[in-house]
Ligand binder design. Sequence first.
Ligand SMILES: [Zn+2]
Length: 203
Amino acid sequence: LTYSYLNQIRTAIDLLASLPLIGPKTATKLAFWIIEAPKSKVDKLLDTIRELKDSLEPCRQCFSLTVRGRQPCDICQDRSRQRSICVVESAMDVFHIESSGTYNGYYHVLQGLISPLEGIGPGELRIEELLQRLQKGNYDEVILALPPTVDGDMTSMYIAERIRERQLELTVTRLGFGLPVGSTIDYADSLTLAKALENRKPI
Ligand SMILES: [Zn+2]
């Protein structure tokens, strides 16, 4: 590629191809879509991305997302919710469960799972913060909504054990899968998720 404009396009394609789920073919199509689309449309896209990146931060209580400076988040501040905490791997799971409209309690985002293979221990997750929340607030139930994988199971067992040790008086449940083994929550449609939440079982 000897002409500078071709190199410029190549640079954009490489950058787009580095995004998750985007291969070189899609990246090339996207680059030309950007070049040929109305400027107003591209500007709106860029503004939305920048705003998304600049205006959100983790909630200091549940570690889901909140508008910057609004601590704790709207869900944590909502007093009308049921006294349960749904424990999930990531903020994306909160997004999915909220979108499904099947759950009306609070959340706690672990920001990962225990994974010996990847060298992630319990200390690197928000487990201690969860236990402190449970000890302080009067919650009735903890729902472990973690994926049905080796890491997800190990993390669920670990948390259930820590809750038992502290002799907290609350029910600990897991999602009734429902969800195919090896899948994570974000792959499940809202109907599967609704069923899994409905069929939750004590552990
Ligand atoms: Zn929160």
